[in-house]
Design a protein around this ligand. Sequence first.
Ligand code: ZN
Length: 144
Amino acid sequence: MNTSNEIKPSRSFLLRLPYDCDLLQELNRVCSENRVTLGRLEAIGAVRSAQIGFYDQINRSYEFTTIARPLEIVKLTGNISLKDGKPFVHAHIALADRDGSMYGGHLAEGTVVFACECLIQSFDGPPFERKADTQTGLSLWAEA
Ligand code: ZN
């Protein structure tokens, strides 16, 4: 099945996230505050520590890894849709340590910002609502 809709760019926000905030919680808060219910985001910066997830496709659950040291945000990319009627950020993050070694995965709560510059772009279009998907065990897009 293919779930697709035509969308049009509407509002855009450039923002600097506060020191020591939880990266994912802050992105969700900003989207809720600005009523961004459909959109995309990207960011660069640095974190004091990171919590990233990997989805085990056999066991159908996320495994989380904590990297408790400073890392560069090489790239954070994600989207915004609705889950349980509220803006929901789904983001993946690529991180580098001092040697340039990379880590990456599904951005989880517990990632602490050192500095972060973020672009959030809102779209006009039919809403996408996340619903339980029996094939993957994930919460995926379905037309609302
Ligand atoms: Zn993910």
